[in-house]
Design a protein around this ligand. Structure first.
Ligand code: SAH
Ligand code: SF4
Length: 392
């Protein structure tokens, strides 16, 4: 494709056709990007909605099956565009209903996506990057180092695959995925240009129609990017806090040295103030035995968060190989929760789901072929987890 009307946010989402022209992958394009694309072909904007419905609601990836597009348009589409979804290399369904996919991305690396049903809710945990550069001390993804950003097609592709796994029903009629959290691999705000169009598609009524209140971007706390996010979208926000003071957070979440807690809380307040409705920030707090799980830490947290409308999600640490942190006892977790509850906070304990398929939070390790950092001093955990062993 020779035109420059459609700006792809990542080169990985285009590929060479046989004729040598670049084909553009329509899977990751938001409505506005698709409108621009169709206008560049001399078509009306409404084609964007038609395309979204075919691809995202009906799961159609072959232009020939798009019967409300003229034959000439379908031929044109075939010559300049394609719809490529990620390749599933491993899939597992847990006894508790949890589903997990390992998907191989261009370049050979893999990422993981998890679906967790809970009553009437179905939450999809999506990845935004292959690996992560931020190196939080308790996170197996961080320990892999960073490989690359996922394209918007690779991000929305995770939802496309999850939605299709429930059969070929029209996604707009039967919704299994009701909630989405960016809590898989990677730091979404370091892949802003691809995460935002993917979020737009997730929320678009012609695609998945997920409510903005049920779409949550989780960040380790990149202050300027939180402001930037608030300027373009109104998804819900979760903050990986994990410590009630800077000296401790500096150790657990190293990016805290750049954006300390006070600045982070101020950014959260600005984010909430910008939203059109009343919402709360989700504070994620991974409890690690003897490190951040003491009653004193809970009391410190009570004071720290007093001016921030928030709910607190306590995540008992998920151990992984070559890491010395330990999960606290059930009693320690409940003691911590009690302090928060008694102070008036909504504090829930995230129950570990999908343990039998290794899909628990913080165990999303994937497999990075081209490790760019820390490869010398760390034996990758991906090599010892059952899922990725099978995925090979
Ligand atoms: N990079 C983003 C989103 C991905 S991490 C962020 O940091 O928010 C998703 C959540 O899992 C974060 O709250 C993270 O702190 C938590 N997590 C990572 N490793 C974990 C582990 N080993 N045990 C429990 N939670 C973990
Ligand atoms: Fe990256 Fe989040 Fe893991 Fe930190 S917790 S290393 S930001 S994925």
């Amino acid at each position: 494709m020779t035109d420059n009307h459609v700006q792809q946010s990542n080169d990985e989402s285009t590929k060479q056709s046989e004729a040598g022209d670049e084909k553009v992958n329509l899977l990751g394009m938001s409505r506005s990007q698709l409108e621009t694309f169709f206008e560049s072909l001399g078509e009306k904007k409404f084609r964007a909605s038609q395309m979204m419905k075919w691809v995202h609601q009906l799961g159609v990836t072959d232009f020939d099956d798009m019967t409300n597009m003229s034959k000439a348009l379908r031929e044109k589409l075939k010559s300049v565009a394609e719809i490529v979804v990620p390749e599933i290399t491993y899939e597992d369904h847990s006894a508790d209903g949890t589903r997990k996919w390992v998907m191989q991305m261009a370049g050979g690396s893999s990422i993981e996506t998890v679906y967790i049903p809970d009553g009437g809710r179905g939450t999809l945990c999506v990845s935004s990057q292959i690996g992560c550069s931020l190196d939080c001390s308790f996170c197996s993804t961080g320990k892999q180092g960073f490989n690359r950003n996922l394209t918007s097609a690779e991000i929305i592709g995770q939802l496309w695959i999850a939605a299709r796994s429930f059969g070929n029903a029209d996604v707009s009629k039967e919704r299994y995925v009701t909630n989405i959290v960016f809590m898989g691999m990677g730091e979404p705000l370091l892949n802003f240009d691809n995460v935002v169009p993917a979020c737009d598609l997730m929320m678009d009524d012609f695609a998945y129609g997920i409510s903005k209140r049920r779409l949550t971007v989780s960040t380790s706390g990149l202050v300027p990017m939180i402001d930037k996010l608030g300027s373009v979208t109104d998804v819900s926000l979760a903050i990986s806090l994990h410590a009630p003071n800077d000296p401790l957070r500096d150790v657990l979440v190293p990016v805290n040295k750049k954006y300390p807690i006070k600045d982070l809380i101020a950014a959260c307040q600005r984010y909430l103030a910008n939203l059109p409705d009343k919402r709360r920030i989700t504070i994620e707090y991974t409890l690690i035995e003897g490190v951040n799980d003491l009653v004193e830490h809970a009391h410190e947290l009570v004071v720290l968060l007093k001016d921030l409308p928030c709910k607190i999600n306590l995540i008992p640490f998920n151990p992984f190989p070559n890491n010395e942190y330990r999960r606290p006892s059930r009693n320690a977790v409940m003691r911590f929760q009690k302090v928060l509850n008694e102070a008036g906070y909504v504090a829930t304990i995230r129950t570990t789901r999908g343990d039998d398929i290794d899909a628990a939070c913080g165990q999303l390790v994937g497999r990075v072929e081209d490790r760019t950092r820390r490869s010398q001093k760390y034996i990758p955990v991906a090599d010892v987890t059952p899922a990725t062993q099978v995925a090979r």
